[in-house]
Design a protein. Structure first.
Lengths: 439, 143
């Protein structure tokens, strides 16, 4: 029989019991980190907090935050809590916004992470009769490794395709009857489009569900993907710093992602003041890993803006729910009344094979916002004719429109012509501020 | 046979053209012909020069974005109807001309024409069969 939950006892556990588990784990974890991670011990000492001050999750607010900059500063071993000999894996962030961050895993850490992905797959209807095609990138990126491991735990027949080579993806999908597809939403959309171009109808494939994450996507994209592939599309959330995909996952209700809170304690804070906000408030998501051995981050600020809710879910899970990230805390723009995040623009560029080196220029002309993006072209985009370049600009503009909901004007510029500065690059030039317009 | 054309990406910004012409001048390369394709945002500067590789390296070291494109070069008598004849030959064989430009050298008896088509080899073969003289790299140098 089809299993509804991978870990039913945890996924449907009464809230008070989950809290009890979290309380016990947190006390232990804070002591473990304090004893083994000098970097964090110094932060705690500086704040005057001792492990004895943390008696339950109610004391979580007393702990110092970790930010992405801390991870860069502590690179590579500064936040490692165990001997390297106990570690079996390194994964890394994509490094699009600065220096890479590396995370270490013991075998238990890998198992825990893969279990989380197995919960996500099971929630999407996967079991040992399924053929799971994983076309997230394999390698340092956590997407491939996470879903691959999860697929094994569920007992699916796993197709470790990695990303790219769409013709081969489609051939395997059709010949080997893949039923579950795991990739980025933009790649799923692209596969759907390619299938259509090849003359396949949505009912020609055996796919029933897809797990799509690692980049922002919209409800509109979800509907398009579901239609073009004839599947139900599930969202998944995660970050390398905390483990990888599977920190939170969607159930059949498709209304937010359940956080695997037996392993990851979530909070929402005011990104300005750091103050903890009640459930239902919009703010920055903060995670504390409760079980990690090698790379146990406490109060890690994700910079993702979202809302946490704990309402009865029709799937029967009691786990806390988070909305899809609504953007990044540090860089939201409002253009023509629409929220735009540079992270979304970066995602579109990466998906279309462009380096994430770009500049956004926002201005106001005749009471209307103008929205221009300069993007460095690829070597092969340029030959001797403007036609090729304008066609590429149009393609990229359409991809941006699909993601953002508004139309930017794309300008392809010469490679390496956008200034690269040390540290944080100036990505956004908002001339409306110069004009003194209240935005 | 085809001739090498330099295609240079030029943003519509002050001083961009100066950088290009200065680097070619400093590399001591002679420009034989040029044409410009432009849009609102950028232009593509197309050049036939005496030493394309040397010019390319010089341009790249001053930060220009350059590609080398193979184009068909022909030499035709500098007299009325000469170009019409070429265009007719190509039209008869369904060869589209994406763009073209011409230049006259000091000899004044012949004009040179640069043609951009989808299939250089085919166009060259047809032109030769019709008695048209093709230009080679050495012709460009010796003009």
């Amino acid at each position: 029989m089809q299993k509804k939950y991978f870990h039913p006892e945890i996924e449907t556990m009464p809230v008070e019991e989950i809290k009890k588990i979290q309380d016990q784990k947190l006390v232990k974890q804070v002591r473990y980190v304090y004893d083994n991670v000098k970097y964090y011990r110094d932060l705690m000492d500086e704040k005057g907090v001792t492990p004895e001050d943390i008696k339950s999750t109610d004391d979580l607010y007393k702990l110092p935050f970790l930010k992405k900059d801390d991870l860069r500063e502590a690179y590579p071993y500064g936040l490692l809590a165990t001997d390297l000999h106990n570690c079996v894996r390194i994964q890394s962030t994509s490094g699009t916004t600065g220096k890479r961050v590396v995370a270490f895993y013991t075998q238990n850490d890998v198992d825990l992470w893969e279990d989380c992905c197995a919960r996500a797959l099971t929630a999407a209807g996967a079991d040992n009769k399924d053929v799971c095609q994983v076309c997230y990138g394999y390698g340092l990126f956590t997407g491939g490794a996470g879903l691959h491991g999860g697929s094994h735990k569920v007992g699916c027949l796993t197709l470790p395709m990695s990303s790219g080579n769409t013709d081969r993806q489609i051939q395997f999908m059709m010949d080997l009857d893949s039923t579950i597809l795991c990739c980025t939403p933009s790649y799923a959309a692209y596969i759907g489009e390619t299938l259509r171009e090849k003359g396949y109808k949505p009912e020609d494939n055996k796919l029933k569900a897809g797990i799509f994450g690692a980049e922002p996507w919209t409800e509109e994209m979800r509907r398009d993907i579901e239609k073009s592939l004839g599947i139900k599309a599930y969202d998944i959330y995660g970050l390398t710093e905390i483990s990888g995909p599977g920190v939170a996952f969607e159930c059949e209700e498709q209304s937010g992602m359940h956080i695997n809170e037996d392993h990851f304690l979530a909070e929402i804070i005011d990104p300005e003041t750091g103050e903890v906000l009640p459930l239902g408030s919009k703010g920055e998501l903060v995670f504390t890993s409760l079980d990690k051995e090698a790379f146990p981050l406490l109060r890690y600020r994700t910079r993702d803006i979202c809302i946490l809710t704990r309402e009865k879910c029709s799937c029967g899970r009691t786990l806390l729910k988070m909305t899809k990230p609504l953007g990044r805390s540090d860089d939201m723009m409002i253009i023509r009344g629409v929220n735009v995040f540079p992270s979304q623009i970066e995602a579109v560029l990466l998906n279309n094979g462009y380096a994430p080196n770009y500049q956004i220029i926002v201005d106001r002309v005749n009471n209307t916002d103008t929205f221009d993006i300069n993007v460095e072209m690829k070597d092969e985009d340029f030959s001797d004719s403007p036609k090729g370049i304008t066609a590429k600009e149009k393609d990229l503009q359409n991809a941006m429109k699909a993601m953002l909901g508004i139309n930017p004007k794309i300008h392809l510029v010469a490679p390496k012509s956008i200034a690269r500065s040390e540290g944080k690059a100036v990505r956004v030039i908002d001339n409306r501020k110069r004009l003194g317009i209240n935005i | 046979m085809a001739v090498n054309q330099l295609s240079i990406f030029v943003e519509n910004k002050e001083g961009k053209l100066v950088t290009i012409t200065d680097s070619i001048a400093n590399a001591n390369v002679d420009i034989r012909a040029m044409s410009v394709a432009d849009t609102q945002d950028f232009g593509i500067f197309r050049l036939i020069v005496t030493d394309p590789q040397k010019a390319k390296s010089a341009l790249e070291s001053s930060g220009c974005f350059v590609s080398i494109t193979k184009v068909v070069g022909i030499s035709i008598p500098d007299e009325p109807g000469s170009l019409a004849k070429i265009v007719n030959i190509l039209a008869r064989h369904n060869i589209n001309i994406e763009y073209m430009y011409a230049f006259i050298t000091v000899s004044k008896k012949y004009a040179s024409v640069v043609l951009r088509v989808a299939d250089n080899d085919l166009a060259e073969q047809i032109l030769v069969e019709n008695g048209v003289r093709l230009l080679e790299e050495k012709d460009i140098v010796n003009m």
